[in-house]
Design a protein. Sequence first.
Length: 263
Amino acid sequence: MKTFRMISLQSGSNGNCYFVETGNVRLLIDAGITASRTVERLTHFGIDIASVQGIVISHAHSDHICGAGVLHRRYKIPVWLTQGTYNQVTTPSKISRKLGKLQEPRIFHAGESLQFENLTIETISTPHDAPDSVCFVFDDGLTRLGIMTDLGCHFLGLGEVVETLDAILLESNYDEKMLETGAYPEELKQRIQGDGGHLSNTESAGLIRKHGKKLRWVCLGHLSENNNTPEKTLDTHRKIIGNHLDIFIASRYQCTEVPVLYH
């Protein structure tokens, strides 16, 4: 029997990092929390950081990449990222200073598939407002898992990808009313709601309702601290989707473990 395991080590604008394991493959997807916190949280689940074979980065925003440099250099873990992301993090900036130097980065192109033994990672270009941003589908030949945050919007082809998935970690960033009435400047509100921003609770739920017929579970992530709550997220999804699907919320502050996928 094959198993597919995903653990959210943290999810939100304060840092994103996800652990994926299938067969002999162990990977981190994004590394936006400190190296020490990453190691501590993996250790809690009995996972040795030395067994992690790679860090795969979705885009160059600090909350997805700031911990990658220390993990890479301290534990000799290779880093995979797109050319646009690499260009962004090597241009002098706060991000590049925090990240530090990457030794022999593994560059891939959006739309390309990456191979780790039995695991294929499909990389999908997104309109999120970071250069060459991508999201991911993980396929071990039997099970397909999506990790899809910072999507920008419901872009062309996204629904068709979701239809193929057995499980998904999907962003559900903001509650529309909370954002509208909140204290954010109008420019930032427009950025969040725009094509380069994030999916709202309603947009996320609508995507799952229309295209998630095959899903065994959904984990909702990247919730805004100021414009959302776990309760509002779950309530919106239940109203739109119903009660037939297991729904989990990835915490902004701690690990979130979801059911192992068996096949």
